[in-house]
Design a protein around this ligand. Structure first.
Ligand SMILES: O=C(CO)COP(=O)(O)O
Length: 252
């Protein structure tokens, strides 16, 4: 099987503004040819996607979105943004089912799966997020919760999808799981994907997300089965995000 190309994605959440778009050009400058061996993706707020896509014109950095409507067809859905519209603006990937959307916006795995399907219908790669809360980890329920989220959130067809393991308790803080804990959950996710997709599961990239930064990126990338990262805070500044990308063994 061909090796999976690493993907290092930045989720700007509701932080990055117009003034921050220059960080994208600075990032391209700093990482140089690394963006050829590692897929580099930045997901700003939807209103900035077109401007961000302009920043990367002629460069290998990809632009993506943080969410999309589960409705694929043009229809009367005030305030919604379809995956096709995001693709029109320049999005090549769409994050779906981020824990902030699951927790703060009540999104279920069923809705997340329909969003992933809408992304695929628009020719865009969904990055499907899963991960347990602290209470679920303490109760020994990681495999049960993450396994269920994968089974229910991943569409029936497995080509062109990415899964991101983001333990909820590791997001936005300083704590991460141990490296063996990360390896264990990535192995579990690939086993669940293989139950449905067989050998095709080997082509699906599984990212780790949650407090990834310049200091811990190299050790996280060294974990068997980790195909890259989904980075929050540390993706906003070109210097930090570049340090993470360049910490990947494929980029050095
Ligand atoms: O939620 C995340 C990425 O989607 C992770 O956020 P932090 O990297 O800020 O912990």
């Amino acid at each position: 099987m061909a090796a999976r190309k690493p993907l290092i994605a930045g989720n700007w959440k509701m932080f990055g503004r117009s003034a921050d778009l220059g960080e994208i050009a600075a990032l391209a400058e700093t990482i140089g040819p690394a963006s050829g061996v590692v897929d580099v993706l930045i997901c700003p707020t939807a209103t900035y996607i077109a401007a961000a896509a302009e920043q990367v014109r002629g460069k290998t950095i990809l632009i993506g979105a943080q969410d999309c409507s589960a409705i694929a067809d043009d229809s009367a859905r005030t305030g919604e943004i379809s995956a096709a519209m995001l693709a029109d603006a320049g999005a090549r990937c769409i994050i779906v089912g981020h824990s902030e959307r699951r927790t703060l916006h009540g999104e279920t795995s069923d809705l997340v799966r329909r969003k992933a399907e809408a992304a695929l219908a628009a020719g865009v790669t969904p990055i499907i997020c899963v991960g347990e809360t602290q209470a679920e980890r303490e109760a020994g329920r990681v495999a049960e919760i993450v396994g269920l989220q994968v089974r229910e959130s991943v569409p029936e067809q497995g080509a062109n999808i990415v899964v991101a393991y983001e333990p909820v308790w590791a997001i936005g803080g300083t704590r991460t799981p141990t490296l063996p804990e990360i390896a264990e959950v990535h192995t579990l996710i690939r086993r669940v994907l293989a139950e449905r997709f067989g050998d095709q599961a080997n082509a699906i990239r599984i990212l780790y997300g949650g407090s990834v930064g310049p200091k811990n990126a190299a050790e996280i990338f060294s974990v068997e089965g980790v195909d890259g990262a989904l980075v929050g805070r540390a993706s906003l500044k070109a210097a930090d995000f570049a340090a993470i990308i360049l910490a990947h063994p494929a980029a050095s």
